[in-house]
Design a protein around this ligand. Structure first.
Ligand code: FIX
Ligand code: ZN
Length: 410
């Protein structure tokens, strides 16, 4: 590897502030929804899944513990009694190191004291600086009983947090949520028949005005089909996609979840399934004016997604989502995408649920991508065309800012 190219790519990856296009972080004015600090970091659902493999505690006994005791149990089991070599455990170690905190303490007392002493707004700015991100995109649920009431006219906006209208409860859980819309005065019914589609459209209009989301989003199961004679199929075709078109925002579809295969693990209980991406083909063919941000969860679906992106320029692949966010798979996916799409895709998002996670998730992404990008430039030079630092910066800016800005912020 030509050392110059690699160090130039590393420098430019550090110099460009990224936009984190999908997180579960919340702006400060949404208060207690936003998770941060050591107890939240250690009880992240990725670590809970790993705990149950290395401890005899039952999920039921674990859920009965207070947050701190949950964190203490996970710290002892995954960080002291075993080496924290998994991607998620190493992440916590990297965050502690980033703040100059000890990474192998017998307990979490010192870390707790440190995080408790932080003033949230200043801490957010510092964390974003350490992560090399300028702004993040939230996941906002208009039917979440804790979140919805907070979106009043006077809610304080934050330019570093972009809102997104998340539609899982409407599209995936209609049978248990249509009554909420009805109670808010929307003439909908259980079968989403009659005026329901128009009323859901009206609901989305109201929330668009209130929240000004940069896109709308939904996660979908591995069994997702489109078109489909179902409530989801009808509301997608008759309410959501027309609304996205009218508001000029893309729809983000995240396909391939097998929800709660083990409900005892709660948020850690979801799994992955290979999806039939014919549904995606039909979405792009039937709605050519709509723009789609697309992430698929199954490793086996990645090549198809790249091929579909070559066929439909209203399809923007993004991120190495969830169970794919591991260096060995990020490497494979990113190489394939560069080879098939050039720089016309969005390589990664953090999916951070706890504020400080952006530090290690983006450090890992930069670390994994540097040699991959450098190798593409080395091959370009070998094939007879030199590359400049400015061109490398332009490409990195496009990958981690420009593609999203063009799609959602202009
Ligand atoms: O649907 C999603 O947005 C997923 O990212 C989450 O539901 C998932 O729990 C997660 O945290 C993945 O990283
Ligand atoms: Zn997510």
């Amino acid at each position: 590897m030509n050392a110059d190219i690699l160090s130039t790519v590393e420098q430019e990856l550090s110099a460009v502030p990224f936009i984190d296009i999908h997180t579960h972080l919340f702006m400060p004015s949404l208060g207690r929804l936003g998770l941060w600090g050591i107890d939240e970091l250690v009880t992240y659902h990725y670590l809970e899944a790993e705990l149950f493999r290395s401890s005899d505690v039952t999920p039921e006994a674990y859920w009965d513990l207070p947050k701190r005791e949950k964190a203490d149990l996970i710290w002892r089991t995954l960080f002291l009694e075993n080496a924290p070599v998994s991607e998620a455990t190493r992440g916590v170690v990297a965050v502690l190191k980033a703040f100059g905190l000890p990474t192998n303490s017998p307990d979490l007392r010192e870390a707790r004291a440190f995080f408790t002493a932080q003033e949230l707004k200043a801490h957010i700015r510092r964390v974003f600086e350490l992560a090399g991100v300028s702004e993040v995109v939230m996941t906002n649920d208009p039917l979440d009983p804790d979140e919805a009431p907070l979106w009043t006219e006077s809610v304080e906006r934050d330019p570093q947090f972009h809102p997104v209208l998340r539609l899982d409860r409407i599209l995936n859980k209609w049978s248990s949520h249509w009554q909420i819309l009805r109670s808010q005065g929307y003439a909908v019914d259980e079968g989403a028949a009659g005026r329901s589609a128009a009323e859901v459209r009206r609901f989305l209009e109201g929330w668009f005005e209130r929240m000004r989301p940069v896109y709308m989003a939904v996660s979908l199961p591995d069994t997702f089909a489109y078109p489909e004679e179902s409530v989801r199929g009808r509301l997608l075709a008759d309410s959501v996609l027309p609304a996205c078109l009218a508001f000029g925002v893309p729809l983000s579809v995240m396909i391939g979840v097998r929800y709660l295969v083990n409900p005892r693990l709660r948020l850690a209980g979801d799994a992955v399934g290979r999806a039939d991406l014919l549904a995606l083909e039909h979405l792009c063919v039937r709605h050519p004016d709509n723009r789609f941000l697309v992430s698929v969860l199954s490793r086996e679906n990645q090549h198809e997604l790249c091929v579909y992106a070559r066929k439909f320029n209203n399809l923007m692949p993004f991120g190495c989502w969830w169970f794919l966010n591991n260096p060995s798979i990020v490497e494979e996916m990113t190489k394939q995408r560069l080879e098939m799409l050039g720089t016309s895709f969005i390589p990664q998002h953090s999916d951070a649920r706890v504020l400080e996670q952006v530090i290690y998730k983006w450090r890992n992404t930069r670390r994994t991508l540097a040699p991959i990008l450098a190798d593409k430039y080395r091959l370009l030079c070998e094939d007879g065309r030199a590359i400049t630092r400015e061109e490398i910066r332009r490409d990195i800016t496009r990958l981690f800012r420009g593609n999203f800005e063009k799609l959602c912020l202009t």
